[in-house]
Design a protein around this ligand. Structure first.
Ligand code: SAH
Length: 213
C-alpha cells in the first residue's frame, strides 16, 4: 500500500472537488499519515471517504469533515487552538501543523494515551493533551483564538464561549443524538454570530455542559 499516493488521491478526489481550497489545510492533510491513527487491520482503508471506528464506541472523522472544520477556522500559523475530543489524535496532528499551539482534551483516558503515543511517534510536540471533561474547556491556557469541538452536544457549552478570544472562531456540531448541524461561531467586538456549514453526524459530547453519560 502506497500511503503517500493514497493521501494525494484523498486531496484530489475528496477534498478539492468539495470546495476545500485552503492550501495550508490541503498541504497539512497531504502530509499527515492518517493510517497511523487507526488499528492495523483498518490501515489500508484509512484514506477512504468515510469515518472509521477507533474503539470504545468512538470514531475518526471522514477526511472531508476534518478538512471542512479546519478550513473554517482560517488558521494562519500564529494561533492557540483548543480541541475538544482528541479521539485518535489525527485532527490534533493536522491542527498542530497549522497553528502555533494546540491544547486537546479527551474524556476517555485510554484514547488520550493512545493518541499521545502516536503524536509522540510523529514528533508533534506543539500539541498538549489531557484527559478531562472538555465541555468545561481548559481555562488554564485560554483564551483561544480558535476552538474546535469534534463531538456533538445539545448546545454550545458556555465555558467554551467564555474561553474563546475576541476575535475568535469556534466550530462545533450541534443537535440531537441522530442528526446535527456543523456551526461556525465568530466572536468579534464582543458580538457572536452563527453560520451553519453542513448537516453532519458525530458521536455524543458527554459532560457537564453536554449529554449525560
Ligand atoms: N477528533 C477526532 C474525533 C474523535 S470522536 C477526529 O477528528 O478524528 C470524538 C471524541 O470526543 C471521542 O473520542 C469522545 O470520547 C470525545 N468526547 C466526547 N465528549 C467529550 C468531552 N466532554 N470532553 C472531551 N472529549 C469528549
Amino acid at each position: 500500500m502506497n500511503y503517500e499516493s493514497a493521501r494525494k488521491r484523498m486531496v484530489h478526489e475528496q477534498l478539492l472537488p468539495r470546495g476545500i481550497t485552503d492550501q495550508r489545510v490541503l498541504d497539512a492533510m497531504a502530509a499527515t499519515p492518517r493510517h497511523l491513527f487507526v488499528q492495523d487491520a483498518l490501515r489500508s482503508q484509512a484514506y477512504g471517504d468515510f469515518s472509521m471506528p477507533i474503539g470504545l464506541g468512538q470514531t475518526i472523522s471522514q477526511p472531508y469533515i476534518v478538512a471542512l472544520m479546519t478550513q473554517a477556522l482560517e488558521l494562519t500559523g500564529d494561533e492557540t487552538v483548543l480541541e475538544i475530543g482528541t479521539g485518535c489524535g489525527y485532527k490534533t496532528a493536522v491542527l498542530a501543523k497549522l497553528a502555533d499551539r494546540v491544547f486537546s482534551v479527551e474524556r476517555l483516558k485510554e484514547l488520550h494515551i493512545r493518541a499521545r503515543q502516536t503524536l509522540d511517534q510523529l514528533q508533534v510536540f506543539n500539541a498538549v493533551c489531557t484527559t478531562d471533561d472538555g465541555t468545561l474547556g481548559w481555562p488554564q491556557y485560554g483564551p483561544y483564538d480558535a476552538i474546535i469541538v469534534t463531538a456533538a452536544g445539545p448546545d454550545i457549552p458556555q465555558p467554551l464561549l467564555d474561553q474563546l478570544a475576541d476575535p475568535g472562531r469556534m466550530v462545533i456540531p450541534m443537535g440531537d443524538q441522530h442528526s446535527q448541524q456543523l456551526v461556525i461561531i465568530k466572536k468579534a467586538d464582543g458580538n457572536l454570530t452563527h453560520e451553519v456549514l453542513e448537516k453532519v453526524r458525530f458521536v455524543s459530547l458527554i459532560g457537564q455542559h453536554g449529554w449525560q453519560g
